[in-house]
Design a protein around this ligand. Structure first.
Ligand SMILES: [Mg+2]
Length: 339
């Protein structure tokens, strides 16, 4: 069925019927605005991400259900990075003429499935026809106990730098997809269906275990660069400590240059945070209870050192805070970010 046959209001009615009602939703989809309330003592967190066909994804490389899930996860990841609990999502869609109702339904199935898994609910949005690519615009709201929000500017000299999960899987998957190489299922899942680390973010904020935090969307070095800039510090990373998956290690064995993907590849959606050295035992307990590795990958240093990297031979070199930059010229992909 073509979307034109169902119509905008028919589509909205389908979504309204499928969207669950959540905590704090006084009035959800169906009026001019959603009416929402937060528990007392909570701050509102708000974030938005755009996903544009041909820029962020290729429809031929994924399926509509996973695209719906990823649209949620990349936004919820920013709520997790503040130590927050995801609550409300808003979905804006620009739909191309060749996108069928069946594909749209699969997209919404994936979207709502992920929203529910993160304990949130869809409370509004807008849809229109796109004369060009599929355009997905998601706004996510969350909440955090006032004063517990984890900002980028809280890192102090001498603190440890930690990262959750593994690095570089999504960037390696993208490189293989671009080359037309068949993908390992782990790498494929990491790229097309990432998981926002919500439980970890909340636990770190509630127990005051971390001092600064960000999620890795643009790459380890670029996102660490944001923490260093906001905190007015430098950092020394230990390259042999970077956590890598088995499929990534296998690829790295054949091509050592792939280490650059662990350092600057984007879309890991892991949490990168700093913590005082005496929190290590508590952090390893948390890693055990969440069944999610937390790896100490370096230390915060004085600002004049910038971002440095020590390799397995003990050699230290300066590293650029390079990651994905949408506005970098194609001929000059490295951005000008300073650490
Ligand atoms: Mg972010």
């Amino acid at each position: 069925m073509k979307l034109a046959e169902l119509g905008e209001f028919g589509f909205i009615e389908r979504i309204r019927a499928a969207a669950a009602v959540g905590n704090g939703v006084v009035h959800g989809i169906g009026d001019d605005c959603a009416v929402l309330e937060l528990p007392p003592g909570q701050h509102l967190l708000t974030t938005k991400d755009l996903l544009i066909e041909g820029v962020h994804f290729q429809r031929g490389w994924t399926d509509s259900r996973r695209l719906g899930r990823k649209s949620v996860s990349v936004n919820v990841s920013d709520i997790a990075a503040m130590g927050g609990r995801p609550r409300h999502l808003y979905l804006g869609l620009g739909v191309p003429a060749d996108f069928t109702v069946e594909e749209l339904q699969l997209f919404m199935d994936g979207f709502l499935e992920a929203v529910t898994e993160y304990g949130a609910c869809l409370v509004g949005g807008d849809t229109c026809r796109s004369p060009g690519p599929l355009l997905i615009s998601v706004t996510a709201e969350g909440s955090v106990a006032a004063g517990r929000e984890l900002l980028r500017g809280g890192a102090r000299v001498g603190e440890s730098i930690y990262v959750s999960g593994t690095l570089g899987d999504s960037a390696l998957a993208l490189q293989l997809l671009t080359a037309g190489t068949p993908l390992d299922p782990h790498l494929e899942a990491r790229h097309h269906n990432p998981t926002a680390r919500v439980a970890l973010g909340q636990a770190l904020a509630e127990a005051r275990l971390a001092s600064a935090m960000i999620d890795i969307s643009d790459g380890l070095s670029a996102d660490l660069g944001h923490i260093l800039k906001a905190s007015g510090t430098g950092a020394l990373l230990e390259e042999p400590r970077l956590p890598l998956s088995e499929p990534f290690r296998a690829a790295l064995h054949n091509d050592p240059r792939l280490m650059q993907l662990a350092l600057s590849g984007g879309e890991d959606y892991e949490l990168l945070f700093t913590a005082p050295p005496d929190r290590d035992a508590a952090l390893q307990d948390l890693a055990g209870s969440l069944q999610l590795p937390l790896t100490r990958i370096g230390v915060i240093t004085a600002p004049d050192a910038g971002l440095r990297l020590r390799n397995a031979a003990g050699e230290v070199r300066q590293a650029d805070c390079v990651g994905f930059n949408h506005f970098a010229r194609v001929s000059a992909p490295k951005n000008d970010a300073t650490c």
